[in-house]
Structure formats: structure tokens, C-alpha cells
Design a protein around this ligand. Structure first.
Ligand code: ADP
Ligand code: MG
Length: 421
């Protein structure tokens, strides 16, 4: 055992330059190396990537990493390459590559130099790719952002549902490691079932983010809310923050209002073309703007460690979304302020968005909204409620770092339940 430990630490140091493992990383890596199916539930920023990158680098063959976003893939590959002196140690294969680039990737794969190959689920729907992978030495399959497989998750992607059958076509015996920051029990069981994980080793880390301060504010008139936001940002001059809104139009409006108030801000949503989105994301990462006003299209996989505040201009559609979105604050462990404006009108807007969906989906949506409403209206420690949602218990009575702990208030009735008829 001791020998393994020393060599894993050596490998960590050699490949990433880190001196110690974070949280469960080491035990997870051992689980993969022993060929077991492994399920990793770790909050954003916990260090999930390393859990598959390190074993991939030290195992014979190449690991296939399934990742949902093409934009993220390049970022990840660049990161792995930055640790290594060899560019061909990691590649990605998706629809953005030219024929010549695909050929180069395949040549590197066949030569055995490539240890990590990032693929989109779409890549695995192509028979020629599956045939190619079948003849390749593959060390294991990693399914990143595995919650995309579940409709109960915050980012369902139907193509993820077909992963199991596609993996079986490559080689049914390959070990699978699934990773997610989503900890709700429903999503977890969906992942295990849909990926067909065989007696998986499951590693769940704590979801508590002690450095995040949670506050809910009643949302009044638009002008007043914007004044509150402007005041807040001026009090945090020069700090980076994200403002989430429900729709695209509001991102633009709000960004304009902020700029009119001498705050460098930019809007971000899925209606912008890919170039503009990439450009605006970079402006935020490089701190050319202080604030990015965005729909939920922004954020997955963004690794900006010093986001100091996340403001929800509208209440999100689930507590899971709220956790993920606020989770982008304070990834470096320092201050992270999470403000959420709450009004019943916004709850109605969320309901309205579901109006054309089938009944089962509306019921599911209503349940998620009700949980968020209960959270917003609760007088209980916010952290306690969030952790309870993830099946975890706060180790003390009060966290002391949320509005309800700092300013205890009278219990108010939860009255705004969404009822589907
Ligand atoms: P996740 O995918 O869980 O959100 P990442 O894999 O992006 O998290 O890792 C978050 C950050 O933690 C990255 O900047 C990464 O370099 C850093 N990190 C991961 N493992 C370690 C470690 N053992 N020591 C120091 N930093 C680490
Ligand atoms: Mg990740």
C-alpha cells in the first residue's frame, strides 16, 4: 500500500506539480486504477478532473472522456497540455475539427502517445468512431458532468442517455467513472441506472461551501431592484461578479443599466453567436469587465477562482440550479456573496415558461419550483436547507454566514405553492 501511495504522489507531483491530493482524489484514483466502476460526487471546484486525468496519464492506453460542451473541451485539453511538454498527450474529437485535424488525432491515438481523448456524446453516435475505438487500447471511460443523463438534473442532455449502448459497442468490459457536482439522490440513481454502473464505488464529498454567504432579498419594483444592485456593486468596486437573469432581454437591459452607472458590464446568453459569446466570456475572465449579466447559458465549467459575488435577479427554477450557479462564487475559498431577489411574480414567470410542456414535466418542474420557494421563504439557516436538499446535515445549529443566521426573523408562512391543474 505504502508503495502505491508514494508513487501516486510522485505522479501527482510529476504531472501536475501539486504536493497533495484534495479531498477524496487519491482513493478515487485508486478505485479507477483497480478497474472498478466509480461514481464521484464532488462539488464544483472540488477537483474532479484530476480524478480521471491522473489515472489516464499513468495507465496503458488512452482514456475516453465524455464531456457535454464542445467549448469546454478545448479549454480542458489546453489545460492538460499546459501541464505536459507534449501536445499530443491530450486531444479532443468533435464536429469542430477539419478532416486533416481528425486524421492527426487518429494518428496520435494509434501511436499510443495520446492518453486522454475528450469526446462529445455526438462523437460516439458516429459508427466509424465506434469502430475506430473498438480497435484501440482504451484504459477507461470517464463521463464528466454525468448529471446530464438525468431529467432531474439541471442540464439534461438526451444524447447522454445513449452513452451506455455506445460504450458497450466499444467494449462492454471497460471500467466507467462518472463524475458530477449534482448530489440529489434522484439524479444519483438515474446516473447509476442509465450508465449501467456495476456495483460502483461511490464517493460523495461534502457540499458545504462555508465561504459562501447566502441572502434572499424581497424583489420590489424594477427601478428599486436595479438601484440595490448598483449600490451593491459600487460597494464591491473592482470585484468580479455574475448576475443571473431569467431571460435574454433582461441580460441586455441590465447590462446597459449597469454601464450607465459606471459599471463595466457585458451581457451573455445563448442568443448571441458563438464568437460574441467566447469574446464576452474572455472579457469577464480577463477582467476587462467587472460584471457579466447572463442567463443560465453562462457558467458550466468556467473556472474563474475569484468571482466575489453571484446575484440572482430572478429566482432560479430549482434549488439545484441555485446551488450550481452560486457555486461559481468564491472558488478560491475566499469571500463569495450570493444575493437572490425573490418575488412571487418571478415564480409565476417560471410557471409560465412550463405552460406548453407535457403534464409530467410540469409536475416535475412545479415540485422543483416549490422547493426553491420554500427555501426563499424559510427563516431557517439557508445552509442547513441547502445541505438538507443534498441529503447532508450541517454539523452545527446555525452557520452564521447567511441572512437568516445573521438577522433571525419571525417564521413566515410558505404560501406561494405552485399547483398544477
Ligand atoms: P471540478 O471539475 O470538480 O469543478 P476542477 O477539476 O476544475 O474542479 O478543479 C478545480 C481546481 O482545483 C483547478 O484549478 C485544479 O487545478 C485545482 N486542483 C485540483 N486538484 C488539486 C490538488 N490536488 N492540489 C491543488 N489544486 C488542485
Ligand atoms: Mg469539472
Amino acid at each position: 500500500m505504502a508503495v502505491v501511495k508514494v508513487s501516486l504522489l510522485d505522479a501527482l507531483h510529476e504531472h501536475f506539480g501539486f504536493d497533495s491530493f484534495k479531498g477524496n482524489q487519491e482513493i478515487i484514483i485508486k478505485s479507477i486504477l483497480s478497474g472498478k466502476d466509480t461514481f464521484v460526487i464532488m462539488p464544483t471546484g472540488g477537483g474532479k478532473s484530476l480524478c480521471y486525468q491522473l489515472p489516464a496519464l499513468i495507465s496503458p492506453g488512452c482514456a475516453l472522456i465524455v464531456s457535454p460542451l464542445i467549448a469546454l473541451m478545448k479549454n480542458q485539453v489546453d489545460l492538460v497540455r499546459s501541464y505536459s511538454s507534449k501536445d499530443n498527450v491530450a486531444h479532443f474529437l468533435n464536429s469542430t475539427l477539419s478532416k486533416a485535424q481528425i486524421k492527426k488525432v487518429r494518428t496520435d491515438l494509434l501511436s499510443g502517445k495520446t492518453k486522454l481523448l475528450y469526446v462529445a456524446p455526438e462523437t460516439l453516435t458516429k459508427q466509424e468512431n465506434l469502430d475506430f475505438f473498438r480497435d484501440l487500447e482504451i484504459s477507461f471511460i470517464a463521463v464528466d458532468e454525468a448529471h446530464c443523463i438525468s431529467e432531474w438534473g439541471h442540464d439534461f442532455r438526451p444524447e447522454y442517455r445513449r452513452l451506455k449502448e455506445m460504450i458497450e459497442q466499444i467494449n462492454a468490459g471497460l471500467p466507467i467513472i462518472a463524475l458530477t457536482a449534482t448530489a440529489t439522490p434522484k439524479v444519483q440513481s438515474d446516473i447509476v441506472k442509465n450508465l449501467g454502473l456495476r456495483d460502483p464505488q461511490i464517493y460523495i464529498s461534502s457540499f458545504n461551501r462555508p465561504n459562501l454567504y447566502y441572502e434572499i432579498r424581497p424583489k420590489r419594483k424594477k427601478d428599486q431592484t436595479i438601484r440595490e444592485i448598483v449600490k451593491f456593486i459600487h460597494q464591491h468596486k473592482g470585484k468580479s461578479g455574475i448576475i443571473y437573469t431569467l431571460n435574454r432581454k433582461t441580460t441586455e437591459e441590465l447590462a446597459d443599466m449597469l454601464m450607465a452607472n459606471n459599471i463595466r458590464a457585458v451581457a451573455y446568453h445563448a442568443g448571441l453567436d458563438a464568437n460574441t459569446r467566447a469574446q464576452r466570456q474572455d472579457m469577464f475572465l480577463l477582467e476587462e469587465v467587472e460584471v457579466i449579466v447572463a442567463t443560465i447559458a453562462f457558467g458550466m465549467g468556467i473556472d474563474k477562482p475569484d468571482v466575489r459575488f453571484v446575484i440572482h435577479y430572478n429566482i432560479p427554477k430549482s434549488l439545484e440550479n441555485y446551488y450550481q450557479e452560486t457555486g461559481r462564487a468564491g472558488r478560491d475559498g475566499l469571500e463569495g456573496i450570493c444575493l437572490c431577489f425573490y418575488s412571487h411574480k418571478d415564480v409565476q414567470k417560471l410557471e409560465h415558461l412550463m405552460r406548453d410542456k407535457p403534464l409530467s414535466e410540469r409536475e416535475m418542474g412545479a415540485q422543483l419550483i416549490n422547493e426553491t420557494v420554500a427555501y426563499a421563504e424559510s427563516s431557517v439557516c439557508r445552509r442547513k436547507v441547502i445541505l438538507h436538499y443534498f441529503g447532508e446535515k450541517l454539523d452545527r445549529e446555525n452557520c452564521g454566514n447567511c441572512d437568516n443566521c445573521r438577522n433571525p426573523k419571525e417564521k413566515i408562512e410558505v404560501k406561494n405553492r405552485v399547483v398544477i391543474v
